[in-house]
Design a protein around this ligand. Structure first.
Ligand SMILES: O=C(O)CCC(=O)C(=O)O
Length: 276
């Protein structure tokens, strides 16, 4: 979706754009706002992320040539709740919060603070999957309301070459509940015969997606990590009793009212966790 220069300057979507974004997620499973964050910010995020990824690879004994995680060379890394990651423009960007509030309710929560990286050298794509499991498995043939929205901010330009996420929009998020359970049809087999797109986009774009929309990570054929931030917003009724994001008290107290409200169930008063 095109964001206008006026919306970028105001830092807020117009009522018409907000309506369109909400409808696109409802009907198509996702919306993409291109190139919203400034380059200087994504470059600083990328530099910090490269350091974290290097440390993680060393700790795990992973190397790119031998490959890891089933040859996908994909890393899902929880992030420490500290700068530059816990910046207001990432955790409570008004483009995002206006959309998530409309879809999940104004009392929704931010419950996941992590990143997804396709490291160079991968030889295989991930299995096609939804991020959500079934709530009632084979016993439920109805489509249930949305409970989680994933928000991705790429820290680098995502191209055909460097391992874009591939997605199957247009209805895969609207299947009956049992389609997300262990006995569901094999998504990878079906997906071969379905239309998909590679989510290429400039650094600093914002991708908001229903977590049920089918997708997968693809191999990175460049020589640099394709990395992004992955946040999950959850409706209050479906949030955890006690969250898992460790947030130092002074960091929490320095956040905006909106960000504090989003994070109110998390582990406030704990030192920022090591990336894992
Ligand atoms: O490549 C991506 O960003 C998507 C990764 C993904 O879907 C996963 O790790 O579950």
């Amino acid at each position: 979706m095109n964001v206008t220069a006026e919306e970028l300057a105001a830092g807020r979507l117009s009522p018409e754009s907000l309506e369109l974004a909400v409808r696109l997620i409802e009907v198509n499973g996702f919306v993409l706002f291109e190139e919203v964050l400034p380059r200087a910010q994504t470059e600083a995020l990328y530099a910090r992320m490269e350091g974290l990824l290097q440390g993680f690879m060393e700790e795990k004994g992973f190397n790119l040539r031998d490959g890891f995680h089933d040859g996908t060379n994909h890393i899902g890394l929880h992030l420490p709740f500290e700068q530059p990651f816990c910046h207001e423009s990432l955790i409570a960007h008004p483009f995002v919060t206006d959309v998530v509030d409309r879809i999940l309710g104004e009392d929704c929560l931010l419950t996941y603070f992590a990143s997804n990286t396709s490291m160079p050298g991968g030889t295989k794509a991930q299995h096609v999957h939804a991020d959500m499991g079934a709530r009632f498995g084979d016993r439920c043939g109805a489509n249930l309301p949305i409970t989680h929205l994933v928000v991705n901010y790429p820290f680098v330009d995502v191209t055909e070459e460097n391992g874009p996420m591939e997605a199957w929009p247009g209805g895969t998020h609207l299947h009956p509940d049992r389609w997300y359970g262990p006995n569901a049809h094999d998504k990878s087999r079906l997906a071969e015969h379905m239309l998909s797109f590679k989510a290429t986009m400039p650094a600093g774009s914002i991708l908001i997606r229903d977590d049920r929309m089918w997708h997968r990570g693809t191999p990175n054929r460049s020589d640099r990590p394709r990395t992004n931030m992955a946040l999950i917003y959850t409706s209050a009724a479906n949030g955890p009793g006690e969250g898992s994001i460790a947030i130092p008290r002074e960091t929490y107290d320095g956040l905006s009212e909106k960000a504090r409200r989003l994070l109110r169930k998390e582990k406030i008063g704990f030192p920022a966790a090591r990336p894992d």
